[in-house]
Design a protein around this ligand. Structure first.
Ligand SMILES: *Cc1c(COP(=O)(O)O)cnc(C)c1O
Length: 225
């Protein structure tokens, strides 16, 4: 299947999944391991946002992808990569510690940027996954909203892989609940608008539960090498 055909199917599924609650959905094409040629093909087929897991890989692709997509960091960020990440990414979706927040704020201040971020929550409490536990959310939100060069935009989660994606529904529902709570708090210095959840296997369920960013790799590009 071609990238443009895959995208047409995904777009149809998005429209169907949000028919009860129409909204703008940002489709992030997850481009880890993909060649610039494949990424350009996706951009030609209408992709405007790409997601990378690793800062180094994004740095290599950045100069050759001149179509000016929006760049999202979706993988774990090490503090020694913060400066480069802040210089490159429009949205850092994977913030999961106070230390990281402070480092991002410092790096952003140095280049006069207000860095858009999401807080990653490990709803399923999987030991293998990054992200804070939901009980730590308010503490981190408090820190984020006090930092001058941080713009907190919402929440992100990665659900465990279930062969039946229906099993991920309670996880997405819980993150949506936290997202609604954040929104209703009228936090200062933040603009809570993005709820990033759902990947190839479970994005339809995530959309049904309120996601407005979905992150899809395999579903667009095929199985990764
Ligand atoms: C790889 C990855 C995705 C995309 O996964 P697919 O199953 O290929 O759609 C989404 N989010 C994160 C954080 C990832 O690491």
């Amino acid at each position: 299947m071609s990238i443009s055909k895959n995208l047409a199917i995904i777009r149809k599924n998005i429209t169907a999944a949000i028919s009860n609650n129409n909204r703008n959905v940002k489709l992030v094409a997850v481009t880890k391991t993909q060649s610039p040629a494949s990424i350009r093909e996706a951009i030609a087929a209408g992709i405007t946002t790409i997601g990378e897991n690793r800062v180094q890989e994004a740095l290599e692709k950045y100069p050759v992808l001149t179509d000016n997509p929006e760049w999202h960091l979706i993988g774990h960020l090490q503090t020694n990569k913060v400066r480069q990440a802040v210089a490159l990414f429009d949205l850092i979706q994977s913030v999961d510690s106070e230390r990281l927040l402070i480092e991002i704020n410092n790096a952003a201040a140095k280049i006069n940027k207000c860095q858009n971020i999401l807080i990653q929550v490990n709803i399923a409490e999987e030991e293998s996954k990054f992200g804070i536990l939901s009980g730590q959310l308010w503490q981190l939100v408090n820190v984020a909203t006090q930092l001058e060069n941080i713009n907190l935009c919402g929440l992100m989660t990665i659900a465990p892989f279930y062969s039946n994606p229906e099993s991920a529904r309670p996880i997405f529902r819980e993150l949506f609940f936290l997202f609604q709570e954040l929104k209703s708090n009228n936090l200062k210095k933040s603009n809570i608008e993005w709820l990033s959840m759902g990947m190839t296997n479970d994005y339809i369920i995530a959309l049904e539960e309120g996601a407005n960013i979905i992150r899809i790799g395999t579903g667009i590009f095929g199985i990764r090498q």
